[in-house]
Design a protein around this ligand. Structure first.
Ligand code: KG4
Ligand code: ZN
Length: 344
């Protein structure tokens, strides 16, 4: 059974994990930088890169120690090589390269998005390709037909903001701090989702793309009007987001061809209201619904190790001169969408 060391450093989590070919997480360590970035209301790339430099090596050592292993015991080293904040990505990738060279092990340069996309298969070993994936994170909002590791058909993307970004901006507006998603979700539980009339951008459109910029502006106007409680605004925002996700995902299910499951992944997939709504949509369509446990939804190294395992099995190896990629789409054939401020 393969054992892979995973390294993640593309945003504001520094993480290392040891994962086996049968999906066991032998050990993992994760250091969040939330406190370092909180005063700025978002991730500061320079602060992030420095923190990764400081924390990564001790985290890898602790992960190996917890599993009672040495570098020589692993079969490969999988490091996130993009997309993301380039300083952080380089820290993780260079570390992965150095370890691979020192221990004479293969290097797998993992696409962070592939880590998210395959994380449901780490969580549920019975999940088979192809599946329809809603990938919702701080930088992305996409619908993809996942046909295998390295095989993605992008059916839709956001033409402006990612959903996680909209959650974070709503949180900032309501003074909930950073990171915003979990705080908005908590406040939404105390509010009325029908209290504030908010737009549902692109609802009913044929192409299953997303748009959240207009929703974000409407949240700002609702707050400025002074007519609504913060809890009602949070609940109404979350409901509008859910209505958009359901309509767009329903559309994609119609266009994707036969799928084995509806799957959600990425940081926003940690939202329980969103998970519940998608689960209902899946059952409407007679489909299995798979969502990784919350700790596997937000950035982590176990999903990177797992993507490494899937790639290793396909005979994939990367050269030690592999360059970090700030942008790296899962489906290189996907057309740019008008208005898409594509982010990493
Ligand atoms: O995947 P992730 O950890 O990092 C990226 O690769 O972007 O996603 C982070 C995003 C943030 O925008 C965060 O606010 C959002 O996921 N998020 C949530 C929740 N937990 C995290 N959004 C809504 N509800 C949540 N419970
Ligand atoms: Zn992520």
């Amino acid at each position: 059974m393969e054992i892979v060391l995973g390294i993640e450093s593309s945003c504001d989590e520094t993480a290392a994990a040891l994962v086996t070919g049968d999906g066991q997480i032998l050990a993992q360590h994760i250091a969040s930088q939330d406190e370092a970035h909180a005063p700025y209301g978002g991730v500061v790339p320079e602060i992030a890169a420095r923190a990764h430099v400081e924390k990564l090596t001790p985290l890898i050592e602790a992960t190996l120690a917890d599993a009672g292993m040495q570098l020589g015991d692993v079969d490969a080293i999988a490091a996130t090589a993009g997309p993301g904040l380039i300083g952080g990505v380089m820290v993780g990738l260079v570390t992965g390269k150095a370890l691979a060279m020192a221990a004479d092990k293969p290097l797998i340069a993992v696409n962070h998005l592939e880590g998210h996309a395959l994380s449901p298969r780490l969580a549920d070993r019975t999940l088979e390709y192809p599946y329809l994936l809603l990938l919702v994170s701080g930088g992305h909002c996409q619908l993809l037909a996942v046909e295998g590791a390295g095989h993605y058909r992008r059916l839709a993307t956001t033409i402006d903001d990612a959903l996680g970004e909209a959650f974070d901006k709503t949180a900032k507006l309501l003074g909930l701090g950073y990171p915003g998603g979990p705080a908005v979700e908590r406040l939404a539980q105390q509010g009325d989702p029908a209290a504030v009339a908010l737009p549902r951008p692109l609802l009913g459109r044929k192409e299953p793309h997303f748009s959240f910029a207009g929703l974000k502006s409407a949240v700002l106007r609702a707050k400025q009007s002074g007519e609504h409680s913060d809890a009602d605004i949070a609940a109404s925002f979350q409901q509008a987001a859910i209505d958009c996700l359901l309509d767009r995902t329903r559309r994609a299910l119609g266009a994707a061809g036969p799928m084995n499951a509806l799957v959600v992944a990425g940081g926003v997939a940690a939202n329980r209201a969103i998970r519940g709504a998608l689960e209902n949509l899946a059952s409407e369509h007679g489909l299995r619904f798979v969502a990784p446990p919350l700790a596997l939804c937000t950035d982590n190294a176990a999903m990177i190790a797992w993507a490494g395992i899937e790639r290793l099995r396909l005979g994939h190896r990367d050269p030690l001169d592999f360059t970090a990629k700030p942008r790296w789409p899962l489906d290189p054939e996907a057309q740019a969408v008008r208005g898409a401020g594509v982010k990493a």
